[in-house]
Design a protein around this ligand. Structure first.
Ligand code: SAM
Length: 368
């Protein structure tokens, strides 16, 4: 029996509970939840399942070390004591990046340098050499956080962020992250036969995420992950996790996605992306200004309307929210960064939830 591996996955603030539930489903044990992060223990198969199957995680990391570090010496010693050789081979590359919040060690380049030295020392000792480590092999990205003088060093297993599902071609100006859209669809409890409508569909993220969720297509089924190139993780776990995910796909879902947007390019983008995502048969989209919106019986609305940061844009956006208030049907889940949204919309939400869309603090306004 090999020791369990400790994993951790960051997520959007506000989606931790959803991620926790997804982690139990992939077999994670000893789960802990912090702000914007869920951690658990598991094995190599859990690692593959997590990357392929978690819909709201931003990436999957291995926790290499977690220790107090108020000085450079402590920062060095903590990582030099961690079993890096379990994952990083003699030839592998191991760049270091990270950030520091509310800690005595504030210089990121200095912390990077110290942690790099600690990793080199540890690996040289483990591989019985004083020689220069060539770092010509697969990349093992080390990511550190210093928070209140505590260092946590992670090893990234995902590579590109998990919001990159592999289906979105050219995003429009303000696409919602796939991971955030997936979380909102979960909050709205969409089922395989839900009719989902997005009157501001942009590149189609809500519709595509909803359709794939209805068909039980694992979010990461169409892409590759950094840890697939590693010698320390057996290829068989990726094959097994992909086979499990393929087994679950159910294309009999009676799902229907309906998208509108005033911009013809957005409509083309939605349909192109839906095709790439393998769900174009379940989605239709057409050019339509929200002024001409007509409700579809039984449909649930999920949308993020235009949002303006500058004065003029804000006024235009608020005029759109006013129209929405007149024409949209319920239930509706609307994510918006304008804290005065309800006033323009003309109706108080039945429920609200704070969520971040990138750096913008938003509310999810729920009308039942
Ligand atoms: C924030 S974006 C939506 C992004 C989308 N959720 C995505 O993931 O790509 C807002 C969209 O609303 C569209 N839009 C702006 N005014 C509109 C109107 N009056 N009627 C319909 N669509 C409009 C824009 O063209 C834009 O695509």
């Amino acid at each position: 029996m090999t020791d369990p591996i400790r994993f951790s996955a960051p997520c959007h603030f506000g989606l931790e509970k959803i991620l926790r539930f997804e982690v139990t489903r992939i077999g994670g044990e000893d789960i802990t939840v912090a702000d914007g992060r869920v951690s658990w223990s598991g094995d190599a198969l859990t690692l593959a399942r997590a990357n392929i199957g978690l819909s709201v995680a931003e990436r999957v990391q291995i926790v290499l070390a977690d220790y107090p570090a108020a000085t450079f010496e402590q920062l060095f010693d903590g990582l030099a004591a961690a079993p890096l050789e379990r994952f990083i081979g003699r030839e592998d590359a191991f760049p270091v990046k990270g950030h520091s919040v509310n800690s005595k060690l504030t210089s990121i380049p200095a912390c990077q340098k110290i942690l790099k030295k600690a990793a080199v020392k540890r690996l040289q000792r483990a591989y019985g050499t004083d020689a220069f480590l060539p770092e010509t092999g697969p990349v093992h990205q080390l990511q550190f956080t210093l928070l209140k003088d505590r260092a946590t060093v992670y090893l990234d297993t995902s590579g590109e962020g998990l919001h990159k599902r592999g289906y979105r071609r050219n995003a429009n100006l303000a696409p919602i992250r796939e991971t955030l859209a997936a979380g909102i669809l979960d909050i709205g409890r969409t089922r395989p036969d839900t009719v989902v409508c997005d009157p501001f569909c942009g590149s189609g993220t809500f519709l595509i995420e909803a359709a794939r969720r209805a068909c039980k297509i694992a979010p990461g089924l169409d892409r590759r992950f950094a840890a697939e190139t590693w010698g320390s993780i057996p290829q068989s776990v990726w094959q097994d996790a992909r086979a499990e995910a393929l087994d679950r796909v159910d294309r009999t879902a009676a799902f229907e996605g309906i998208g509108y947007d005033v911009d013809p390019n957005a409509i083309r983008l939605t349909m192109d992306n839906a095709k790439k995502a393998g769900v174009d048969k379940l989605i239709r989209a057409e050019v339509r200004d929200v002024k001409a919106f007509r409700p579809t019986a039984g449909a649930v609305i999920f949308t993020n309307p235009p949002y303006g940061e500058r004065m003029l844009e804000q006024e235009q956006a608020r005029a759109v929210y006013q129209t929405m208030g007149r024409v949209l049907s319920r239930p509706a889940y609307i994510i918006c960064g304008d804290s005065d949204f309800e006033r323009s919309f003309g109706q108080k939400a039945d429920k609200r939830r704070k969520l971040y869309n990138g750096m913008i603090m938003c509310q999810l306004y729920m009308y039942f």
